[in-house]
Design a protein around this ligand. Structure first.
Ligand code: ADP
Ligand code: MG
Length: 627
């Protein structure tokens, strides 16, 4: 048995490279999980943390409910296979496969039994007496796998094991590794940068980019409901076409204008129109429309296009066309030869039932299954309140994590559709909804529903075979720890740590020249030209989002950040304790002399406590209050 739980795992290398951020996933026993993404996205780092070859900066790794963060690699019951086979050249295949067992002082007859069994599974019995140099690439990789199998580990980790093989062999070994997984009945975690390899091998595919998990789902789900632009364009070949434009309403119709050209529109279908109406999507903004190449066809009526190139690929044809104002080509995948050639003027028709829509800034998917349910909300007296008055009772603990900005400005309640549950328990909050409609997918149905009289949809997945019908009144359950509070840009207003009060005792006095001095008791002094307070003793309260770190020229250069200038006597020395980064901002917990607890501030993402464990915090005049 091996259930793996990666609980909000981070890896920051010395020097500040954030290789893995907030990796949060449970891996079921016996599953085949593939980590896929471009080079440098953090796949190997994640695998190496699981293997125990790399320390975990933050978060916990559990194997069968035991935290193994501090367990040495050799004690983790894990075997790892690398891209380079790392076979011992002077040993035979038999010796290579048995070497690890020999090191563990296993008896010769036990080693023999295990090596022969593994060789049989891998069909390399007749190679056992050969040396690595007498083997082909594929055979060597099989030996490397054999070396892992003989250890009978609970978890197999494979890091791009097929990258050194030629294309044909890669396809063949792909099937063999899948078969091996079936035979061994253990958990496999497989790393590749090749999307086809990922899609054909994994039960669950974890798509990563720039150190963040983009989506973890079954292959068909990633294809049907990509959660953002990255996933949508990373998977699928040829790539999904992406076209920019505005959404306009015109005499009862809602249209997407391709590149904002009025004549080049797509009439949105009823579902899309409903979803746009029931969301907080501002219509004045531009969006990105996504359409896969096989969902566009040539037609008599439609959008004028110019054929730039035609590629015959045996049973299908790829047609590359240009349309007005669109940079780059749009790809059409047609089943057979269609009588068009490069230079032709044609018309294209986009299947409006298969379009995707993405936010230009966050790149989140907005229609169909959205990346996030995002509903405007405010907070009052222990409640989270939606615009039309529906509310959820939140406990005190919840409010201890909420940044001040959430209570002051525009905040959104956010939850991923897949986090919403249909059964109640102690750790989730019931909420009554009315179903508007339902849409079918391969692995689940998508339910579009409304909380009370609110305008926005709350969208979730219901397992196949559910009996949910349009207009049903029902209860859904929100896991407390999956609720997020974000701002308009998708930045978190909810911190993983409890928020500290940011309060110190201070004395305000006036110098002869009229300058005002705040002396933080047990701490430093701050000097201002004028302040709207009388001299006296106060509670000095540092605002969470008005102060920022100062980088002098030298430091700025070293950190590759813009230099910041601030009066020296308006800065406090801070030493970091932890951080909680989201899109553009980072919630930082730090120690400042005179403050009882740690202080909590929200500053730009470019700052990392790992880059700068000690820093000067600029406290502008509006960066604090005296009470
Ligand atoms: P992948 O396997 O997806 O190609 P890696 O996990 O190897 O990516 O690397 C993720 C990021 O971490 C990259 O930016 C890489 O340069 C950086 N990195 C990897 N190993 C180290 C290291 N030992 N020290 C510092 N940075 C590293
Ligand atoms: Mg790698």
């Amino acid at each position: 048995m091996a259930v793996l739980r990666l609980n909000h795992i981070y890896k920051v290398y010395q020097g500040g490279v954030r290789a893995v951020n907030d990796f949060d996933l449970t891996i079921k026993d016996k599953s085949f999980v593939v980590l896929v993404g471009p080079s440098g996205c953090g796949k190997s780092t994640t695998l190496r943390m699981i293997a125990g070859l790399e320390s975990i900066t933050a978060g916990q790794l559990y194997i069968d409910n035991v935290c193994v963060n501090d367990l040495e690699s050799k004690d983790r019951d894990i075997a790892m296979v690398f891209q380079s086979y790392a076979l011992y050249p002077h040993m035979t295949v038999y010796q290579n496969m048995g070497f690890g067992l020999k090191l563990r002082h296993q008896k010769a007859d036990v080693i023999k039994e295990k090596v022969l069994k593994a060789a049989e599974i891998l069909e390399i019995t007749d190679l056992l007496d050969r040396k690595p140099k007498e083997l082909s690439g594929g055979q060597r990789q099989r030996v490397a796998l054999g070396r892992a199998i003989v250890r009978e580990p609970n978890i197999f980790l494979l890091d791009e094991p097929l990258s050194n093989l030629d294309a044909k062999l890669r396809v063949q070994m792909r099937t063999e590794i899948t078969k091996l997984h079936e035979k061994l009945q253990t958990t496999f975690i497989y790393v590749t940068h090749d999307q086809t390899e990922a899609m054909t091998m994994g039960d669950v595919i974890v798509v990563m980019n720039k150190g963040f998990v983009q989506q973890a789902d079954a292959p068909v789900t990633l294809f049907e409901d990509p959660s953002n632009l990255f996933v949508a364009t990373f998977l699928g070949s040829p790539q999904m076409n992406i076209i920019s434009g505005k959404i306009i309403k015109n005499s009862g119709k809602t249209r997407f204008l391709l590149e904002n050209i009025e004549e080049n529109f797509i009439e949105l279908n009823e579902r899309a129109v409903k979803q746009i109406e029931h969301s907080s999507l501002p219509l004045e903004k531009e969006y990105l429309l996504g359409i896969r190449p096989d969902q566009i066809k040539l037609s008599k009526e439609g959008i004028p296009a110019h054929v730039e190139a035609v590629e015959q690929l045996g049973d299908e044809t790829l047609i590359y066309v240009s349309i007005a104002s669109h940079k780059g080509n749009i790809t059409l995948k047609a089943p057979l030869t269609i009588g068009v050639k490069s230079g032709d003027d044609v018309k294209i028709e986009i299947n409006r039932d298969k379009i995707y829509l993405f936010d230009k800034e966050t790149e989140h998917s907005l229609i169909g299954l959205p990346s996030l349910n995002k509903i405007p909300c405010s907070f009052n007296e222990g409640k989270l309140i939606f615009d039309k008055g529906s509310s959820i009772d939140m406990n005190d603990e919840f409010f201890m994590h909420l940044l001040d900005r959430a209570k002051e400005g525009k905040a959104f309640f956010a939850i991923k559709p897949e986090a919403i549950e249909l059964k109640g328990n102690e750790d989730n909050i019931p909420i009554n909804i009315t179903v508007d409609f339902k849409e079918e997918r391969t692995n689940y149905d998508i339910i579009y529903a409304i909380i009370g009289d609110e305008k926005e949809y709350i969208v979730f997945r219901a397992p196949k075979g559910n009996d949910i019908k349009n207009k049903d009144a029902m209860t859904i359950y929100l896991p407390i720890d999956k609720i997020r509070i974000i701002d308009d840009n998708g930045d978190s207003l909810f911190s993983k740590e409890r928020i500290y009060k940011n309060v110190a005792k201070a004395k305000l006095s006036t110098k002869k020249d009229g300058k005002r001095i705040i002396s933080i008791s047990g701490g430093e002094k701050l000097v201002y030209e004028s302040l709207p307070y009388e001299d006296g003793e106060y509670d000095f309260e540092l605002k969470q989002d008005k102060c920022h770190p100062v980088y002098e020229r030298k430091k700025a250069k070293k950190l590759n950040l813009p230099e910041t200038i601030a009066p020296k006597n308006q800065c406090l020395s801070a030493s970091c304790y932890d951080e909680d980064p989201s899109n553009n901002t980072n919630i930082v917990y730090a120690k400042i002399a005179g403050f009882e607890d740690y202080i909590t501030i929200q500053i730009p993402y470019s700052f990392s406590v790992y880059k700068l464990p000690k820093f000067k915090l600029y406290v502008p005049e509006d960066g604090f209050a005296l009470k």
